[in-house]
Design a protein around this ligand. Structure first.
Ligand code: AMP
Length: 429
């Protein structure tokens, strides 16, 4: 008989890992509520054409694409933004602007598996639709900060750039969009020398090549200083200057609102997806060289799907990598979990009583298991201990006659007799 395994790049998440994943997802959902993002659910399978429209070669070449039985070219979503843009261009077309939407689910890319890189992974996706104003960009950075804080990350930072800086130069130098995209893709992969070579071969001025060569290494944490240096470099390119000013306004809003985010501005920073038009960013943590999430402004995407021109800005957080960062930073979920209880009848005839007590506690929202192996008390308690259960309720004849049970604190290893009616209060206390 064949021993079946998961496919390469696919994982089963067993209870501990699944628990982490669910915790991160619940936190993302909470952040969505706090910031007013309404959750929507979109299909996992979409038309190949939709998903590839503006995805960028990198993502496009790694899609799980196939023909369905009706002969349609379809694919598993590699991310959410295309689906959201489709919705904004169609069913949500008449929705009053701005609106905020949130979606969460699995996405698929035929990436080369390694730590933090899988072929099936989870994203939480936030999109703020209908405004080009910098406070919208700032909000996306702020809610990303909130998510990282709330999952408990102690150290993380955001790398921020603006695609308008480079596109402003390339546009003024009449580099066609296809070449611009290829240059941005190389930048995204940090192949700066190749990117500069491609710029040279696009027939641009010497000044342009010089500017871009200096730009791609212009980065730093002193925001005012880096922005000043970038502005000086691009001063002859009108749209690039506007992009720098836009970035300055966004980052000022974040800082002045009391969000203490560890920011790095990087002029050569581009993102693989082609649809970005403005500010772009990624989340990083020490000890992991892959991004935990990324996003930015995409003002032209909705139009591309046949909608009205609609500015928008959004972010996708990688849930799997969030959990990886939590592990690296030794964030203990157990401390955050609610207390767990096991109810053990001392003998067979008290089973029904045990089930009744369990139901009573669950009605009060407590996490309860009942002994189902018919084991002797010591064996059942040993097992509860191994699984780090907090309390055992021992149902015995003698106490029951008085309307009571034994409540045992498994970590402190002490116990007392408690009237059934007072169990909930006792445990909560
Ligand atoms: P991207 O838009 O490609 O930057 O993806 C957004 C986020 O999704 C990334 O920052 C990662 O956290 C996550 N992500 C993308 N691809 C993968 C993958 N193959 N495995 C795990 N997470 C991924």
């Amino acid at each position: 008989m064949t021993e079946f395994k998961t496919l390469r790049g696919m994982r089963d998440l067993l209870p501990d890992d699944a628990g982490m994943m669910i915790y991160v997802q619940e936190t993302a959902r909470k952040v969505a509520k706090l910031y007013g993002y309404k959750e929507i659910i979109t299909p996992l399978v979409e038309s190949y054409e939709l998903l590839t429209a503006k995805a960028g070669d990198e993502v496009r070449s790694r899609m799980f694409a196939f023909k369905d039985l009706g002969g349609r070219d379809v694919a598993l979503r590699p991310e959410f933004t295309a689906s959201v843009a489709r919705l904004v261009a169609t069913s949500m077309r008449n929705e009053p602007k701005p609106f905020r939407i949130f979606c969460m689910g699995s996405a698929y890319r035929y990436d080369e598996p390694q730590r933090g890189r899988y072929r099936e992974f989870w994203q939480s996706d936030f999109e703020l639709v209908g405004t080009f104003r910098p406070e919208a960009d700032a909000e996306i950075l702020m809610l990303t900060d909130s998510l990282c804080q709330k999952v408990g990350l102690k150290r993380f930072g955001l790398k921020v750039g603006h695609v308008g800086i480079l596109r402003g130069i390339l546009g003024q130098e009449k580099v066609i969009e296809k070449d611009q995209n290829a240059i941005m893709q190389l930048m995204d992969k940090k192949q700066y020398d190749d990117a500069v070579k491609l710029v040279e071969s696009a027939g641009v001025s010497k000044k342009c090549v010089r500017t871009i060569r200096e730009l791609v290494v212009c980065r730093g944490k002193d925001i005012a200083d880096v922005l000043k240096r970038i502005r000086e470099l691009v001063k002859d390119y009108e749209n690039s200057v506007a992009a720098v000013e836009n970035l300055r306004t966004i980052l000022e809003l974040v800082n002045k609102s009391g969000y203490k985010i560890d920011l790095t501005v990087d002029a050569g920073f581009a993102r693989g997806l082609e649809y970005y038009t403005g500010m772009v960013f990624e989340i990083f943590v020490p000890d992991l060289d892959i991004a935990l999430g990324g996003g930015g402004r995409y003002d032209k995407l909705v139009e591309l799907f046949g909608g009205e021109p609609t500015p928008a800005v959004g972010v996708a957080h990688g849930m799997d990598r969030m959990t990886l960062a939590m592990e690296t930073q030794k964030i203990d979920l157990k401390a955050k979990e609610e207390r767990t209880i096991i109810v053990v009848p001392i003998k067979e005839e008290l089973k029904t009583e045990a089930l009744k007590i369990a139901r009573l506690l669950r009605d009060a929202d407590m996490l309860v298991e009942v002994e189902v192996m018919g084991r002797k008390m010591t064996k059942a308690l040993e097992d509860a201990d191994r699984r780090k259960t907090d309390y055992a309720i021992i149902v015995g004849e003698r106490e029951l006659k008085e309307g009571s049970v034994v409540l045992r604190d498994l970590s402190k290893r002490d116990q007392r007799i408690v009237p059934i009616g007072k169990l909930v209060d006792e445990i909560k206390r």
